[in-house]
Design a protein. Structure first.
Lengths: 319, 425
């Protein structure tokens, strides 16, 4: 069983997950991303690294924000970008996922950026491409179900590295709906790979996955206890639909127990940074005073996200 | 035609036979063992030197996909797979389309199978109409039509009052009820064992409680109603412990496990292998090991293939969207042998789980053993010969098995059904 994101030489062929991604590759992506942050500062924000390449943003689940950042990243690398909102086109007509992929392969795609509601969909696509002999086509997972959101995880690592430097001295807390979060899974995988010695997850039992402690995290249900002396607070988005089931009673109670307020943040280190993958639910998982406060690096994350995605795409398909 | 199966190692678990014997088949029955009956002239002699001669295997769960799912498989293709697997009797779950809740349908299926003249089929009727868990099926009529038991396949009944009434009604006649332990609300939306792998891969988990809570209910209701209960497809150590406890208290309950759950665990999902998308889900390594031990000690009575052919389109999807099930009839024998070897059992002890013990659960008297007078359903196999499990090798229309690429020992050389050689050169 070969790791589907590496080719037979152990090089990155696709970016599907950060779980099991070798440390050297992870670091390399962060290193490559660094100079790309400066591209945005230039008058001409373009590099020719992906000139002539066709990148298909294949979004089976709507996400304007993620799609836009991938599009900007690809365009800054001079690629041709085609956006497909498949949730509203082919599959509604009954076309299977792999039929859609085959059709786009026939249009000489060089890369698919895939967002899908089902865990593992980009892995399936990567395996299919390999089975069809399309070794020259790359897949970037832009978020699949609850499984992974590797570029989000990478941009978070970039942000932490930028703000904090050494990972091996950090206390990091991930707060909220870990159960349904592909972001949290990618963050945990990357933080463990990068050697974070104290990694915590904080949330109610209903929103923490079974045996999450086997991923090398410490589990806290009391947010005040969990935030004590951490260097990094990573908030997760709470989807509104979680309120409809039996997972949580109300948004109000959630905010009271696990919403990040200035008062709770004060328990962390004074220089702790606050992160959020967006879009934020102000007043549910995070208070506005914190979201807009001096410790928040949430907008930096967005900026770095473009550089990291440029790094990933150029590494996979660069000329 | 009279057949002589010569020089083979005859293993008949039901009769505690394991030695080299010639088997004489006359008029579709076992006529004699060891020495020829008077006036016997062999029309054909099968040289079984170096081979094992065993009762034909009995599979407690083989979905042949007819009626209703002919695009996935047909009686013709699956009967050939059964023959290649040395399986001569099949219990058919009722989750066809329409479901097996109509005596006429059961008669038609039985008739079609008979005409094909391959494995004997033993339909398991739907416990409730359409498996909907609302109205009882005509159990007495269905038994007259050939049903050997009643089940809900893997569609649990939501309303426990309906379940209790169904068990009561079946108990009125002493009919067997086969239930797969699935607590509907606890299992809803789950696609993998709620454990490390599901957590890591972000798959919605099915907790073990989905099995244990159902077992508490089933065992209690069976006790109250006096129904003859058989538990199908155990998946967890905790579930097994509940069945063992009920038996220790004197309850007459049997249970089985599938080849998949006997050999695999959630780790085998690997990188989202949809062939591992099964109901119940593959559970932890510890669960798997407990099931293997339970089958060895006899806590679990029988092993089955849980044969469920699915077409490629149904499997080439993201894991949780893919259809559940695995093809299995052609794997039953080699995986029985593999388990037996790993558990340190004799061939006879291992084969009992797919012959005599399975026969007892279905209620088959004239097969599942090789006593004189038994139906000459025989499997002649080479226990050492290696079979490669590949898409090309499988005769089943379904190529969906987590064991693709495995090399397993145990190759069927001849399959006889009622004294006719239906498979083998």
């Amino acid at each position: 069983m070969r790791n589907p994101q590496l080719n037979k030489h152990g090089e990155l062929q696709h970016l599907l997950t950060l779980d099991g991604l070798p440390r050297e590759i992870l670091i390399k992506i962060l290193d490559i991303a660094a100079p790309f942050t400066e591209v945005a500062e230039r008058e001409v924000k373009k590099l020719p690294l992906l000139r002539g390449k066709s990148i298909f943003n294949l979004f089976f689940e709507n996400s304007t924000r993620t799609r836009t950042t991938f599009e900007i990243a690809a365009k800054r690398l001079s690629a041709d970008v085609v956006n497909l909102n498949v949730s509203t086109s082919s599959t509604a007509k009954g076309e299977s996922l792999l039929d859609t992929v085959d059709n786009l392969c026939a249009m000489q795609a060089d890369m698919f950026v895939v967002r899908h509601a089902s865990s593992g969909a980009p892995v399936l696509i990567a395996q299919h491409l390999q089975a069809c002999g399309h070794d020259d086509i790359h897949v970037v997972n832009a978020g699949d179900g609850r499984h992974a959101h590797p570029t989000q995880g990478l941009l978070d690592m970039y942000t932490i590295r930028h703000c904090k430097g050494d990972f091996t001295r950090l206390s990091v807390a991930i707060v909220g709906d870990v159960l349904h979060s592909r972001v949290a899974r990618s963050q945990i995988a990357a933080l463990k790979t990068l050697g974070v010695p104290d990694l915590r997850v904080i949330g109610p039992k209903t929103l923490l996955p079974t045996a999450v402690e086997h991923m090398g995290v410490r589990v806290f249900h009391d947010m005040r206890e969990g935030l004590r002396d951490v260097d990094v607070v990573m908030m997760l988005r709470l989807q509104n639909e979680r309120m409809n089931g039996a997972l949580l009673p109300t948004a109000q109670e959630y905010y009271k127990m696990w919403g990040l307020t200035a008062e709770k943040l004060a328990l962390a280190r004074p220089d702790a940074i606050v992160m959020h993958p967006g879009p934020m639910n102000r007043g549910v998982e995070i208070d506005s005073s914190v979201a807009d406060g001096a410790q928040a690096v949430i907008l930096k994350q967005v900026t770095y996200g473009i550089a990291v995605r440029m790094a990933v795409m150029s590494m996979l398909a660069g000329n | 035609m009279n057949i002589l199966i010569a020089n083979g190692r005859v293993i008949d678990p039901a009769n505690d036979v394991d030695r080299q014997l010639d088997v004489y088949v006359v008029d579709g029955k076992i006529a004699a063992l060891g020495s020829a009956p008077a006036g016997f002239v062999a029309g054909r002699t099968i040289d079984a030197a170096g081979l094992v001669v065993s009762p034909g295997l009995i599979d407690l769960a083989a979905r042949l996909r007819e009626p209703g799912f002919e695009y996935r498989a047909t009686l013709e293709t699956e009967m050939e797979a059964a023959m290649a697997g040395g399986i001569t009797s099949l219990a058919i779950p009722p989750d066809t389309d329409p479901t097996l809740d109509e005596p006429g349908l059961v008669e038609m299926l039985t008739y079609r199978a008979k005409k094909l003249n391959r494995a004997h089929i033993y339909p398991v009727g739907a416990l409730t109409l359409g498996l909907k868990g609302e109205r009882l099926s005509e159990m007495a009529e269905l038994v007259e039509a050939g049903c050997v038991a009643f089940s809900q396949a893997n569609v649990p009944i939501l309303d426990n009052m309906v379940l209790m009434r169904a068990l009561q009604y079946a108990a009125t006649f002493g009919f067997r009820v086969w239930l797969q332990p699935i607590a509907p609300f606890l299992a809803r939306g789950g696609h993998a064992h709620d454990g490390d792998v599901a957590t890591r891969l972000g798959l919605a988990g099915t907790p073990v409680a989905a099995e244990t809570v159902a077992l508490y209910t089933y065992l209690e209701l069976a006790k109250i109603t006096g129904a003859r209960l058989h538990i199908t497809r155990l998946s967890s150590a905790a579930g097994l412990a509940l069945v063992e406890q009920a038996r220790a208290e004197g309850m007459d309950v049997t249970c089985d496990v599938s080849i998949n759950h006997l050999h695999l665990c959630d780790e085998d999902i690997g990188y989202f292998d949809a062939n591992c998308h099964l109901v119940p889900p593959l559970r932890s390594r510890a669960d798997r090991d407990a099931l293997a031990r339970g089958l060895a000690t006899g806590s679990i009575d029988a092993l089955c293939s849980d044969h469920t052919p699915v077409d490629d389109d149904g499997k080439q999807m993201p894991f949780s969207e893919s259809e559940t099930g695995a093809t299995g009839m052609e794997l039953l024998l080699p995986l029985t042998l593999k388990w037996g070897r790993e558990a340190g059992l004799t061939l006879s002890q291992a084969l009992a789980r797919v012959t005599s013990e399975a026969a007892r659960i279905v209620g088959i008297v004239k097969a599942g053993h090789l006593a004189v007078g038994a139906r000459a359903d025989v499997c002649v196999f080479d226990p050492e010969a290696v079979v490669k499990i590949g898409r090309e090798q499988l005769l089943s229309q379904g190529k969906n098995t987590p064991f693709l690429g495995y090399e397993l020992s145990g190759r069927v050389r001849y399959t006889l059904v009622e004294g006719q050689v239906m498979f083998g050169a």
